[in-house]
Design a protein. Structure first.
Length: 41
């Protein structure tokens, strides 16, 4: 087995979304690990 991590593997994150009537719900968003690293910087 290799210890190499895949840079472009999809990652699921949950974000809070508020609709027009003011209700908040959780929504899944799929992104690549590379875009998460850029957003964290």
């Amino acid at each position: 087995m290799s210890k190499h991590q895949m840079a472009d593997a999809p990652v699921c994150t949950w974000v809070a979304v508020t609709d027009a009537s003011g209700r908040t719900r959780m929504e899944a968003r799929w992104t690549t690990a590379a875009s998460l690293a850029v957003a964290a910087a």
